[in-house]
Design a protein around this ligand. Sequence first.
Ligand SMILES: [Zn+2]
Length: 145
Amino acid sequence: MVPCAYSESVKNSSQTTCYCRELDSLKLSYQECCQRFHDGRADGSALPETAEQLMRSRYSAFVAGLAPYLLATWHESTRPQELELDPQMRWTGLEIITTRSGGAEASRGVVEFAAHYLEGQREAQQHEVSTFVRENGAWFYLDAL
Ligand SMILES: [Zn+2]
């Protein structure tokens, strides 16, 4: 058994909590959450099963500065030529508001979310309804409604 004080401190540590779980009651670590998708995209060894998982892993990639992952998971019909991430952006968390479809058996999904960030000292958020498609087992970000 792990003493409560210890597990609480681990649970509250932002170093172990995945970027996409900062605002979540479920404090999965980066290793338990998005890392396998970031690592597994190149050889297809670990792909998100749901549109929400892809959404989470893309948010985490924004925070971690993983532009190649963002491009790789962007549908080719809407993918930009290149992507420059702003290193000054201070993301503070992801809030999944609703998901429609996008489950393990679906080929399309819709995820409404708010990505929180700091603008100077102020909290701000980017609210978006994103659509996703799945092709050959892999989910891709398509566009925003
Ligand atoms: Zn995550």
